[in-house]
Structure formats: C-alpha cells, structure tokens
Ligand binder design. Structure first.
Ligand SMILES: NC(=O)c1ccc[n+]([C@@H]2O[C@H](COP(=O)([O-])OP(=O)(O)OC[C@H]3O[C@@H](n4cnc5c(N)ncnc54)[C@H](O)[C@@H]3O)[C@@H](O)[C@H]2O)c1
Length: 249
C-alpha cells in the first residue's frame, strides 16, 4: 500500500516554517506536489527549496487563513497542479494571556486563526477534492485535551479542542464522499512557537513529558503522512496524540 500517491497534490496551510514546513518536506519526499498557504509576509524560501530538492511542483500563496474567500480561491487554484488528494491545516498562533480581562480582539486573534481558519481551509479542500475523495489532517494540540500547567492560553486551548471536534463532525459529514478527516495533536515541539520561551520554561516542559524532551518537527510530520495516506484508509474522525506521553501522565 502506498504511503501517498506520487503525482497527486497536497495543500498545506502554515507550511512556511515549523511543523508545517516539516510536513511539506515529508509530503514532497513522497513525490506529491505541494501548494502552501501562509501569511503574505511569510518567508517561503524554505518551502520553495524543499519542493525543488524533492523535484515536485509547488506553489506558495500569500493568504491569511481568516479570509474565507481568499482561502477558497487559493485552494481552488491548487487544482492547476493536478488532483488534490491531501491537505494538512497547520497555520496557527498562540496567545499567552490571562483570561480575566482578556480583550475581545485578543480572544478573536487566536480563535479566528486556529479554529475559523481551519474551517475555511477544510471547506475549500472539500470543494477541491470533490467526489474523488481525499484525506485532511488538521493540526490541533494536546492543549485541546488538557490544560497546560503554568501556561495561560484559554483561547488557544478552546480553539484546539474545537479543531478536534470540528474534525470529527466533518469526518462524519464527508465520509460518503470518500473524504477522511482526522486531527493530530502534537505535544511540545521545537519550533519558533516554543523557541520564544525562556530556556527554563522549555526545560520544565521536557521534565513534564515522559519521554523527557520536546519533539523534533519530523516526529510530528511522519505521523501526519500516516494519517494522510492509504495505510490509514479506515481511520477517520479520530485524533492522534503525538505528545511523548504527556497526556498519559
Ligand atoms: N510547537 C508546538 O509546541 C506545538 C504544539 C502543539 C500544536 N502546535 C500547532 O502546530 C501548528 C504549527 O505550529 P508551529 O509550532 O510550527 O508554529 P510556527 O509559528 O513555527 O508556524 C506557524 C505557521 O502558521 C503561519 N500562520 C500563522 N497565522 C497565519 C494566518 N493567519 N494565515 C496563514 N498562515 C498563518 C505562520 O506564518 C507560520 O508559518 C500550529 O497550529 C500550532 O498551534 C504546535
């Protein structure tokens, strides 16, 4: 059974860096063309280089996932490269704000990107896949399962819990079309998002993780490829925790 079918097209949101870029590299290495949606000011050099190195077609589009119409147009354009069978929705932001007194704009900044943006991407990917079917993986977080110790980010946690349940709802609605929808919840992973933390904070995260460290981005990307491909052909509406055992403790 093929992991992914070479020659098909994948859409990846937030693919300019971090977990999204590692997902792009893992998908491109399987011969799949990639269309990346990231913010208009994102540096797409890493994305371009990864696709060039793998010898696959690619397109980077500057689009904010909060813009439903722009996301729809960008994903529809992915069909220029071939049949869209795969999508990974990775674009996300965090916001470390205490809940009492959190402004509406701070709440919305996180929820609009992390939950609404995933919904808009899924809608567009559903349209691009159509009745030929496909597979969507939404990047949630273990923060959608548990409340992180010592971190105040209720909007992020609520949005990620929403992504997990949204994925289940879409999986049921779209199963008759042959579109599988799953989410994947990383634990603490070394990216720009976590490198911003003081070293003692990341050391604390590592100490709270049974495997004793943060994940490398590749350790998240490979399970994404599993969920995307036909080896997971009977897996839909589930969430895969990739957290070094954090939530088991
Ligand atoms: N790093 C972690 O420890 C961790 C843990 C659990 C879940 N996650 C999730 O994994 C995903 C990737 O995180 P990361 O650590 O690689 O973060 P990152 O900040 O390195 O990358 C996020 C990417 O999303 C893009 N993005 C942000 N807002 C956007 C918008 N409005 N429109 C389009 N693109 C936008 C950014 O430009 C960037 O390329 C996020 O959804 C994050 O919540 C990360």
């Amino acid at each position: 059974m093929d992991e992914l079918i070479a020659g098909r097209v994948a859409v990846v949101t937030g693919g300019a860096r971090g977990i999204g870029l590692a997902v792009v590299e893992a998908i491109a290495a399987r011969g799949v063309a990639v269309v990346c949606l990231d913010t208009p000011d994102a540096d797409l050099d890493g994305f371009d280089a990864a696709c060039r190195a793998a010898g696959v077609a690619s397109r980077g589009v500057g689009v904010d996932v909060r813009d439903q119409a722009a996301v729809r147009d960008a994903v529809a354009g992915a069909r220029d490269l071939g049949r869209v069978s795969y999508a990974v929705n990775c674009a996300g932001v965090d916001g470390l704000v205490e809940s009492a007194g959190m402004s509406a704009s701070e709440w919305n900044r996180v929820v609009d990107v992390d939950l609404d943006g995933v919904m808009y991407a899924c809608q567009a990917e559903h349209d691009a896949m159509g009745r030929l079917g496909g597979s969507i993986v939404n990047i949630a977080s273990m923060s959608g399962h548990i409340v992180n110790r010592g971190v105040t980010h209720a909007a992020y946690s609520a949005a990620k819990a929403g992504v997990i349940h949204l994925s289940k709802a879409l999986a049921v609605e779209w199963a008759p079309l042959g579109i599988r929808v799953n989410s994947l919840s990383p634990g603490y992973t070394l990216t720009a998002m976590t490198r911003r933390n003081p070293p003692e904070v990341n050391a604390g995260f590592a100490a709270q993780t049974p495997l004793g460290r943060l994940a490398q981005v590749e350790e998240v990307a490979e399970p994404v490829v599993f969920l995307l491909g036909d080896r997971a052909s009977f897996v839909t509406g589930t969430d895969l925790l990739v957290d070094g055992g954090f939530c088991a403790w």
